[in-house]
Design a protein around this ligand. Structure first.
Ligand SMILES: [Zn+2]
Length: 370
């Protein structure tokens, strides 16, 4: 359960390719690429606690800054007022502030709860309003309905208006998992060898009607919806449409748009119908959490490089997301190096509360490497 929670909450690492920080030089006749570590950004995700005092926050922010963190992604449950109180404290300590929000999955959203029809409906007819898949906080909204879309975008706008914020940071900007990460399946006693109706969204009246009008076929009638490419594309486009509108709103307010995403575009497409290399967005932070997928640390380099290549020619930076718990200091340093060597513009850590002294030491070491 713990892993599942972390997985869902913390998905992002942005890495990006290209750049002024990469210099090419000839060493002994070979072309060698080096990175200037001063241009590599270090981020951490944190969740705000309204009970915590300002001085305790200042102390926490100071500790991050002293240990090499450049930016904090603060989850205030889309509460712009709370964010406007915390942001100056972080800025005073020399940190960048990013407004981290749950986007399509909206657990505990009192406004959304007044509209049961805003919630996504599975292929077997269950609404996340009262029958969420996997876990009780999976309260996915329908990305098509005007009411739920406008509600999400109004939250983006509220956060974009907060002074001192660099970006609005979208998390859960996708559909509910059609496939769970492999390491989580045994915990739920599940086998997912195909797209199962219970986890396949959204088959609400609005989605079905809009799709049918455009493509003259009804997804509820498909024998095997997984192989209907228009139905797949329709859903990828629904997620993209929210992102692209959020991008406009963020930029109108002088802010950037960033997002926590799945490890690399095809994997994100396969697991959660999220194709982030097609989005209008300034930075992506793919959550390259190797242990969720039973992968080894070098996979962080593979996934980072894959995403960076997929973003070539776009103005989107990639910063690699790294999952701290269970990682030793040496492993963390290795992970950061894999991200950097494969073209990431930074590394983001999940989450602030998981840092140990050993992690901070590894971070300082990585930062001082030239
Ligand atoms: Zn729908």
């Amino acid at each position: 359960m713990k892993y599942f929670y972390y997985l869902l909450v913390a998905f992002a690492i942005t890495a990006c390719g290209n750049s002024s920080s990469e210099k090419e030089r000839i060493v002994s006749g070979n072309l060698e690429k080096t990175s200037d570590s001063s241009d590599f950004k270090y981020w951490t995700w944190i969740t705000a606690n309204p009970e915590k005092s300002d001085s305790a926050y200042s102390e926490e922010f100071k500790k991050y800054k002293e240990n090499g963190i450049d930016a904090v992604l603060i989850n205030t449950e889309a509460n712009a007022e709370l964010l406007s109180e915390l942001a100056p404290l972080a800025v005073d300590e020399g940190l960048e502030v990013h407004a981290w929000m749950f986007t399509v999955n909206r657990p505990g959203d009192k406004e959304a709860e007044k509209h049961p029809d805003w919630y996504a409906v599975s292929r077997d007819g269950k609404s996340t309003y009262d029958e969420p898949p996997y876990v009780d906080y999976y309260k996915w909204l329908c990305p098509t309905r005007e009411g739920s879309r406008n509600h999400i975008l109004s939250l983006v706008e509220g956060l974009a208006k907060v002074e001192d914020v660099e970006s609005v940071h979208l998390d859960y900007i996708r559909y509910s998992d059609i496939f769970l990460p492999i390491s989580l399946l045994p915990k739920y006693d599940l086998e997912q060898n195909e797209e199962l109706p219970r986890f396949d969204f959204c088959y609400c009246d609005a989605c079905v009607a809009e799709f049918e009008k455009k493509h003259h076929k009804n997804p509820r009638d498909f024998d095997n919806p997984a192989i209907d490419m228009e139905w797949k594309q329709f859903r990828l486009n629904k997620v993209k449409a929210i992102v692209d509108d959020a991008y406009k709103i963020a930029h109108e307010n002088g802010k950037k748009l960033t997002a926590a995403v799945f490890p690399y575009p095809e994997m994100a497409d396969h697991m959660v119908r999220q194709r982030w290399d097609k989005w209008e967005i300034d930075m992506v932070l793919p959550m390259i959490y190797h242990n969720f997928y039973d992968e080894e640390i070098d996979w962080i380099g593979f996934a980072t490089g894959q995403g960076v290549r997929d973003l070539e020619g776009k103005n989107t930076e990639l910063h690699t997301g790294i999952y701290l718990p269970e990682m030793s200091g040496a492993e963390l340093e290795e992970a950061i190096n894999y991200a950097r060597e494969n073209g990431a513009k930074g590394a983001a850590f999940f989450d602030g509360g998981a840092f140990t002294d050993e992690h901070f030491k590894a971070l300082r070491n990585a930062k001082n490497q030239k």
